[in-house]
Every structure is written in structure tokens, then in C-alpha cells.
Design a protein around this ligand. Structure first.
Ligand code: ARG
Length: 455
């Protein structure tokens, strides 16, 4: 049944009713809708707008409905337009006339704005916790791989030596920034809009601060037009989640590469990989590919939010009902990706020998050779050029820098001495990169301590 019955001679056509309703999507906000209504009616009673008796009945009825929904005794059906309508109708059926007073000095416009904010506050906190778990799992792996040498890449070409711990901690930094962004967005969400009513506030003497305190918000909105039509915080969250997915997708891409026979740096546990229906040898990293693929949908949801809002005149417009499908999908997707990824990381095997072999082959100590010469007095640009010539000699003669004889080195420059070999050994290359933020085990341990303090 429509709430606006009096003004209309006819019922909404079934097709239009179906098209107009949002209950299939917004039913998940039942709990916050009920909590919001309880706070609202407590305030109405405090301000002597409804009687104590009515308030008691409303609160009792709403609490019963909440319990019944959670126990599965009340099913949120699709006869109502949206969750707000459903709860109000169910309440009125239950307690009679008092239920009809609940919506005094309120509109679904400020009600839905309140509900989304309450719902997203909880979800944002959950997302932060999930990211912390992911960070924890990356740090645990990093702790066990402080000395696992691997090549670091630029342009996907072997560049300089790093460790697997240093690599993993790069992702920890990204997810820590994601948490900061979510914390900032939480502050944006944490503002109470109820009292804006349909668009122009109300003639009733409301105590908005009371509702704010009752529902645990930090602040209230200060313009009723904006209060009902602001969805910046939804877009903010979609933007944050897009960045989270971008990070997850970059990590996933590398997992896909590193599982391949071309790299074989890691092996996924059987329970987190899939096979092929035709090729018996296959073990596919489907999870990470799906994460990469789902990134597109989360970006799409951000574009949906921005586009939906871009030409909307003030104040509420029904277009805005489309906000929830998108943001709920982004939240569900990010959560699913994180909880699937964590056990995959926890159980994967690091093939340290393969990583080290790749590190030994790529001339990734060439910079260290040039640094050796420049520390002995040769200008760096000359040292760089000379090392390039040595690398060329090594490639032509099927050698690496560590297997060229000292006699040969001395032909290139008199500055070379026996200590060279130690200087360009991968172990030294790693240990000496002890600058803050570098791959040396000591530096990474410090990074881990800082990250652990942050979470
Ligand atoms: N289901 C609506 C939404 O999600 C609730 C607000 C409806 N308000 C209105 N004036 N039709 O946006």
C-alpha cells in the first residue's frame, strides 16, 4: 500500500510499483532504520510532540519487529516500497494508531539520509578491521622473509635486489593509507541529518542535538536542503574502495605472474587454486584473477555515484535511490576480496631458491659495482658507463658480474680489488641498503614495528 493514498484516486500500476520500489536493496538497513526511529520518537516525546504512552508503545513495537526480523519470524517482503515504509506499516499493524505518529516531523528524505549514514558507519569500521587483518597477514609473511632475496623490477626488467619482506611491506604501506582514507571518510559520514525533513526543516520544536547524542554522531547537518541531498560521503567511500581495489588488483597481478612457470616465485596452496576442465597439468590462480576482474565493477560504482549526482537540482530526487545498490556492491565486493585473499596469503609457499636464482641472473648488482668505483673516487657518471661496458662483456661471454676474474676487472679499471666480490654479493647489496625505507633486514624490521603500531 502506498503512503500517499489520500491524494490519489488510483493505485500504482504493478509495473510502476515494481520499478519504483527499492526494498530488495535497502532491506539490509532494517536495524539502523529501527534505531533511528526509536531515537526520533524519544526526542518527540521529550519535546512533548507525542505522549509518553505513544512513545513507549512505538519503542516496544519497533524492538519486537527487530527481534522478529532477526529471528526470521518476520520476513521483509516486497509489497512495500522501501524499508522505511515496511517498518512503519508493520509497526502500525502491530500497535495501531500510535504507530501512525512515529513519522511526525520527519520525511523519508531525511530518514533515508540518516539510515545510509548509520549503515555506512558500521560498514566503514568493518572494512578497517578487515584491512587490519590483511595487513597482519602480510606482516607475518614479511617477518619470515626478511632475508629472502629476490629481484626488484622496473619496467618488469630485473633492476636491483630487494627481499620478499620488503616487497610485501610495500603493500602494507598501501593498505595503511587506505585505512587513513577510510578513517577520514568516517568523519564525513558521522554527521546527523534528521530534522532536515523533506527539504525545508519543520515547524515542530525539535531537539536535533539530542538525536545526535542518542545515535552517537559527532555533529549535525546545518542546512536542510543539503542535509537531504548530500551523497558526497557515499561517493567518498566508493572512491576509497576503488583505491583499495586498485591495490588489491596490483597485488593480484603479481601473484598471477609469480605463480607462472616463467617465474615460479610462489606456489599457492591447493585449496586456494583451481584446475582446468581439460588440461590436467593446470593449477590456476583464479582467486587473484577474480580480484583483478572485480576491480572494474567497483570503479564502475564510483562513476555511477558521480554521474548520478552531477546534475541533480536541490533537494531530494528519486535518482538518489540508486546510490545504495552501488555502494552496497562495492562494500560486499571489497570485503569478499579481502577475506578470500588472507588465507591464500597465509598458506602460500615462497620458493626462495627460485627467487634467489632470478636475483643472481639479472645483473641486479650492477648499480653496486658502479657505486664501488665511485666510492673509490671515480665520478659516478664514468663509473656507470664503465660498469655498462663490463655488463656487455659479461653478456657476450656468458658470465655474471660475480664470475668475472679480478684480472679481467683490472683491465677495465685499476681501482678494482679483491674486496669487489664482497661488495657486489647479493647479501651485501641487501644489507647495505639500510637507509630508512630500504630493503635491508634491519630497515624492514623497523618498518614492520612502525606498521604494527599503526594497526
Ligand atoms: N527509497 C527512497 C530512497 O532510497 C527513500 C526516500 C524516498 N523519498 C521520496 N520522496 N520518494 O531514496
Amino acid at each position: 500500500m502506498e503512503l500517499w493514498k489520500g491524494r490519489f484516486a488510483k493505485e500504482l500500476s504493478p509495473i510502476t510499483n515494481n520499478f519504483n520500489q527499492s526494498i530488495g536493496i535497502d532491506k539490509r538497513m532494517y536495524k539502523v532504520d529501527i534505531e533511528g526511529s526509536i531515537a526520533h520518537t524519544k526526542m518527540l516525546e521529550k519535546q512533548k510532540i507525542i505522549t509518553k504512552e505513544d512513545q513507549k508503545q512505538i519503542e516496544k513495537g519497533l524492538k519486537e519487529i527487530l527481534k522478529e526480523i532477526e529471528e526470521g519470524k518476520t520476513v521483509i517482503n516486497s509489497n512495500s516500497e522501501d524499508i522505511h515504509t515496511f517498518i512503519e506499516e508493520t509497526l502500525t499493524n502491530k500497535i495501531g494508531d500510535a504507530g501512525k505518529k512515529m513519522h511526525t516531523a520527519r520525511s523519508r528524505n531525511d530518514q533515508v539520509a540518516l539510515d545510509i549514514r548509520m549503515y555506512l558507519k558500521e560498514e566503514t569500521q568493518d572494512l578497517i578491521l578487515d584491512l587490519k587483518k590483511l595487513i597482519k597477514s602480510l606482516i607475518d609473511k614479511a617477518k619470515n622473509n626478511l632475508y629472502t632475496i629476490m629481484p626488484g623490477y622496473t619496467h618488469m626488467q630485473r633492476a636491483q635486489p630487494i627481499t620478499f619482506a620488503h616487497y610485501l611491506m610495500a603493500y602494507v604501506e598501501m593498505f595503511l593509507r587506505d585505512i587513513t582514507r577510510l578513517e577520514n571518510t568516517y568523519q564525513e559520514i558521522n554527521v546527523m541529518p534528521l530534522g532536515s525533513c523533506a527539504l525545508a526543516g519543520t515547524t515542530y520544536d525539535l531537539d536535533r542535538e539530542y538525536v545526535k547524542e542518542e545515535l552517537g554522531f559527532d555533529d549535525i547537518t546545518y542546512n536542510s536542503l543539503d542535509g537531504v541531498s548530500d551523497r558526497d560521503f557515499v561517493i567518498d567511500l566508493e572512491s576509497n574502495l576503488s583505491i583499495v581495489m586498485m591495490h588489491l588488483s596490483r597485488f593480484s597481478e603479481e601473484m598471477v605472474l609469480w605463480c607462472s612457470w616463467e617465474f615460479k616465485f610462489i606456489e599457492l596452496d591447493d585449496s586456494y587454486s583451481t584446475g582446468s576442465s581439460i588440461m590436467p597439468q593446470k593449477k590456476n590462480p583464479d582467486i587473484t584473477e577474480l580480484i583483478r576482474g572485480k576491480t572494474g565493477r567497483v570503479y564502475g560504482n564510483l562513476i555511477q555515484g558521480l554521474t548520478m549526482m552531477k546534475s541533480l537540482p536541490l533537494a531530494y530526487n528519486k535518482d538518489m535511490q540508486e546510490d545504495k545498490k552501488a555502494i552496497f556492491d562495492s562494500i560486499d565486493t571489497v570485503k569478499a576480496c579481502i577475506i578470500t585473499l588472507i588465507p591464500m596469503i597465509d598458506t602460500m609457499t615462497i620458493l626462495k631458491d627460485n627467487m634467489e636464482l632470478a636475483a643472481k641472473k639479472g645483473f641486479i648488482n650492477a648499480t653496486d659495482c658502479a657505486d664501488y668505483l665511485s666510492k673509490k673516487g671515480m665520478p659516478f657518471r664514468d663509473a656507470y658507463k664503465l660498469t655498462g661496458e663490463i655488463v656487455k662483456y659479461a653478456i657476450d661471454n656468458d658470465k655474471v658480474l660475480d664470475t668475472i676474474s679480478i684480472e679481467k676487472y683490472k683491465e677495465f679499471s685499476k681501482l678494482f680489488e679483491d674486496d669487489l666480490y664482497d661488495e657486489i654479493s647479493l647479501k651485501t647489496c641487501i644489507e647495505k641498503r639500510n637507509v630508512i625505507g630500504g630493503p635491508a633486514p634491519e630497515a624492514v624490521k623497523k618498518e614492520i614495528d612502525i606498521a604494527l603500531k599503526k594497526i
